[in-house]
Design a protein around this ligand. Structure first.
Ligand code: HEM
Ligand code: HEM
Length: 182
């Protein structure tokens, strides 16, 4: 077992390189989505998807692709289990499961809302995704509101998750945080 600068033994059973890359790629894309989503102009009937709104759709398309790859990778490459107490094991499994649910639900609702506005969602501005709801659909419209609310739920889950990571590092002083670091 090697040691890092702080003298913590490196935990052999860390996540594989691809899982770490996808975890941090998704973190960056989600951080961008929160900043853009909360600073872009209010959207009304007839608003055009330009400027920050175009950025939200573009980064969103990349995020959807990254989340799909991440979930496929996770299902085909299960990580080595962390050695946690039974209680912490349950809490972390529930938090991770809820994070995955929100990682799928929030983008899907945003995408459905974009479709209902007649906006196309394209990966890297080239590859168009199919429409998720018909243009003008009131259901697709309502999904935009749920998207905004669930974004807050995701924000809270991320806060809990980061608090958990820091709790492991600085209170329990175990190697759980190191499992997701390069
Ligand atoms: C986890 C990823 C995402 C986060 C955190 C996020 C966050 C947000 C936030 C905070 C807003 C503003 C809500 C409000 O002010 O009420 C918003 C609006 C919106 N987002 Fe996202 N978003 C994400 C992914 C996406 C994706 C993937 C798409 C589509 C491809 C998308 C499309 C939209 C649209 C169309 C709106 C306007 C909704 C409306 O005002 O009716 N979002 N998003
Ligand atoms: C957008 C923000 C984030 C999201 C959506 C997110 C999501 C996730 C998910 C779903 C997992 C479970 C991985 C699996 O077993 O399949 C995970 C693991 C992990 N995340 Fe995050 N994460 C975020 C930010 C962070 C940050 C900022 C940190 C560090 C402070 C962090 C540290 C970790 C660690 C250490 C693990 C591994 C935990 C373990 O070994 O069980 N995450 N993350």
């Amino acid at each position: 077992m090697r040691s890092d600068e702080a003298g913590f033994p490196r935990y052999a059973a860390s996540y594989d390189g691809m899982a770490k890359f996808l975890h941090w790629l998704v973190v960056i894309l989600i951080a961008a989505q929160f900043v853009i989503g909360w600073t872009m102009p209010d959207i009304h009937k007839g608003t055009l998807p330009t400027g920050l709104i175009a950025w939200h759709l573009g980064v969103g398309a990349a995020l959807i692709a990254a989340v799909v790859v991440r979930i496929v990778w996770r299902l085909t490459h299960p990580p080595a289990p962390a050695s946690l107490s039974p209680l912490l094991g349950v809490v972390s499994r529930i938090t991770h499961a809820l994070l995955y649910v929100a990682l799928v639900a929030v983008p899907l609702l945003g995408w459905a809302n974009a479709s209902s506005r007649g906006w196309s969602v394209k990966l890297f501005g080239l590859l168009p995704y199919p429409g998720l709801s018909p243009t003008g659909s009131p259901v697709g419209h309502a999904m935009g509101d749920i998207h905004g609310v669930l974004a807050w739920v995701l924000f809270a889950l991320i806060g809990l998750h980061i608090a958990g990571a820091l709790f492991h590092r600085f209170v329990l002083k175990d190697q759980v945080l190191q499992r997701m670091l390069p």
